[in-house]
Design a protein around this ligand. Sequence first.
Ligand SMILES: Nc1ncnc2c1ncn2[C@@H]1O[C@H](COP(=O)(O)OP(=O)(O)OP(=O)(O)O)[C@@H](O)[C@H]1O
Length: 387
Amino acid sequence: MGPHPAVASIRLAVRRALADLAPDDLVLVACSGGADSMALASAVAFEAPKATWRAGAVTVDHGLQAGSTARALEVAARLRALGLDPVDALGVRVGSRGGPEAAARTARYQALDAAAEHHGAAAVLLGHTRDDQAETVLLGLARGSGARSLAGMPPVRGRYRRPFLDLDRTTTRQACLVQGLAVWEDPHNADAAYTRVRVRNDVLPVLEKALGKGVTEALARTARLFRDDADALDAWAAEAAARARVPLPAPEAAPHRPHGAPHTAGAPRATAAPQASGAPQAAGAPQAAGESSHTPAEAAQAPAETAGATPAPPNAFRADVLAELPAAVRRRVLRRAALDAGSPGGELFARHIEQVDRLVTAWRGQGPLHLPGGVSVVRTCGTLVFR
Ligand SMILES: Nc1ncnc2c1ncn2[C@@H]1O[C@H](COP(=O)(O)OP(=O)(O)OP(=O)(O)O)[C@@H](O)[C@H]1O
């Protein structure tokens, strides 16, 4: 007799998500101890020996609740009991930038990145499910975001992979239940102070009642469709930016880090006793793929959208070429230019880009604009310059 259908589903999802891994590659599961990531850890622990991958896990102690350290150690012990190795329990210090959720996320991803570097992991797996994706799309809609935000969380981004985006939460819970896996229910997941929790507990049930059970699936499908649209528009914008760009000499190299460039986190401490003050530091770190102008989960990926560690040369574009572009493409060119100049993705909102857009489409001699991250945009002699 084969495994329970829920267990078969989570294992299949892991096999599909990691099909390109080579023998001996290390995969790390990011595990909160909740049902989704415990199910993920169990599936990885089962599949890894067959595929000859090495499989470990990381659990992050945000230090925000009493007893969090003991819980992180308990989660780590459960992960080791599944056969995973290495298993790190990492303490982080959560800053305040962007609010508690964003700050915790920033600290968590810094710790995960540092652990991945330290162990040389080929992939880090996250337990987000289709339900999480549906919530993300609704949150993006409510914020009035564009297609990139409505595209939700990508299945793969850099080293991060989300094998369960096509599975629902019921499946992961059932997989834990039938395998006898103890899971930890985060009290934050029931705290109505969090917008995402209200979407999960109040908004989605009402939508399902009014529109039918398939709403969650439809929202996740919407994300997939928007992802294709957003990718196509981004490619168009990259090509248009190359056509509109005016070559400018690079400025004298200045020894400063552009605002928005990622800090380098030190190697994580695999703590026998995680500490609230442990590595890595989180405060003041930029938001990534926007999880602000983007979704919470995507903010964690913001460093990919920010400038690199060297001073950015000014970016300049011909306003007449930009003016010819469809608005959706032009706004993408302008956003990309602002990010490249050092504006942090998590702080750059649609209203900023609209202001920049008016330098192209409603030109009446406006003065320089100031964007987050100390980036300025000025139109001079028919050229838009980002510094
Ligand atoms: N403290 C943590 N340590 C390691 N990874 C984490 C932690 N919190 C979240 N993650 C990762 O991010 C994913 C999504 O986070 P989210 O806050 O939705 O998780 P959760 O609901 O607390 O737990 P789960 O998703 O496991 O049920 C998790 O599935 C897990 O992969």
